[in-house]
Design a protein around this ligand. Structure first.
Ligand code: NAI
Length: 344
């Protein structure tokens, strides 16, 4: 069985070579992303393996089908880069629903702590033997209210970490979990209440039509002055221009972003020495109260091993049995149409 692997990074190759050898599949690695211009590289393959910034739109799906590729294996959980409505009935889309919620949740807390305790500044200062503390005052997380939007696998782990810090939790989810709220320290609320009451807001919902720009100008207006915004989910959950305006007006006290709306042409690549064309990102990065990491929340040894193992099992399992427990079945674009219960 042949797999064309797009957007390859050295760490992918390491983890996938091991898993592929164990399962007897041949992987051809391409550094380029999958899109309409590169799709022909998949000629002769049975499956393509793609990541978060590969483009699987209608044109790409049509060409893959013409070339006899039967499977798109996502080596990630989110699938907003796949035109699922168009894919339905044409090509099988498999994903890795969970590889390490701990990796993402822990990175979210790492960003929060770095931001509120100014670790990013301390690191640079002390390397220059500057031991002054001016401007380094942070605040305790204990007793603060964190608003968690999306209480699935990652949101729940993040809530557990926050509870360890003695924080109160307000949660918002389109499909609240019956067993999460304790009525005291963890409570479901409306989105408006969460926005108004939270000192820190963390996004852990998927990017869908419903959640596109869920944090935009209106939502930011409803927030507490000085709110800290964390986004380790998907860039387009936040309207980056509105966020920038809210930082300039001092409404937002700090932002930690592992994802960015227009990241696909930038993140995972080295642009040092280049002039960045994206003024919004450049301005955000220039802010003293913004920390940007390059979609690295998932990047732990454990997560990489799980991703490789599950992706390879998804592909081999599908070709052996014509089905896969991790196949997405997004028929019409709504939860009611999903027959597997996993797409939403
Ligand atoms: P999950 O599917 O377990 O949980 C998502 C939760 O969001 C569910 O409880 C769902 O009901 C809720 N939700 C759906 N629509 C909503 C809406 N309109 N409003 C509020 N809540 C809504 O997913 P998981 O594993 O927790 O991942 C969450 C997201 O994290 C993924 O969709 C992905 O975008 C992102 N992610 C980011 C990574 C990174 O490296 N930065 C790595 C892995 C995932």
């Amino acid at each position: 069985m042949k797999v064309a692997f797009f957007d390859t990074k050295p760490y992918d190759k390491q983890s996938f070579e091991k898993a592929a050898e164990q399962h007897g599949i041949r992987i051809k690695y391409f550094e380029t992303k999958l899109n309409e211009d590169t799709v022909d590289l998949a000629a002769g393959a049975d499956a393509v393996c793609v990541f978060v910034n590969d483009t699987v739109n209608a044109a790409v799906i049509d060409r893959l089908c013409e070339m006899g590729v039967r499977v798109v294996a996502l080596r990630c959980a989110g699938f907003n880069n796949v035109d699922m409505k168009y894919a339905f009935g044409k090509i099988h889309v498999l994903r890795v629903p969970a590889y390490s919620p701990y990796a993402v949740a822990e990175h979210t807390m790492a960003l929060l702590l770095a931001s509120v305790r100014r670790i990013h500044k301390a690191y640079i200062r002390t390397r220059d033997y500057n031991f002054s503390l001016a401007g380094m005052t942070g605040f305790d997380l204990h007793g603060k209210t964190v608003g968690v939007i999306g209480t699935g696998r990652i949101g729940r782990v993040f809530i557990g970490i926050c509870r360890g810090f003695g924080m109160k939790v307000l949660a918002y989810d389109k499909y609240p979990a019956a067993d999460l709220a304790d009525g005291k320290n963890i409570r479901y609320a409306s989105l408006d209440e969460l926005l108004a009451e939270s000192d820190i807001i963390s996004l852990h919902c998927p990017l869908t039509e419903d959640t596109y720009h869920i944090i935009g100008a209106d939502a930011l207006e409803k927030c507490k002055r000085g709110v800290v915004l964390l986004n380790t989910s998907r860039g387009a959950l936040v309207d980056a221009e509105a966020l920038l305006a809210a930082i300039k007006s001092r409404k937002v006290g700090a932002a930690c972003l592992d994802v960015y709306e227009e990241e696909s042409e930038l993140f995972f690549e080295d642009f040092s020495g280049h002039i960045l064309d994206d003024d919004t990102l450049a301005r955000l990065i220039s802010m003293p109260n913004v920390i940007v990491s390059s979609h690295q929340a998932f990047l732990t040894e454990e997560a990489l091993a799980n991703i490789a193992e599950t992706t390879v099992e998804n592909i081999t399992g599908f070709f052996a049995t014509n089905q896969c427990p991790n196949e997405l079945c997004y028929r019409g674009g709504s939860a009611e149409d999903c027959k597997c219960g996993k797409c939403f």
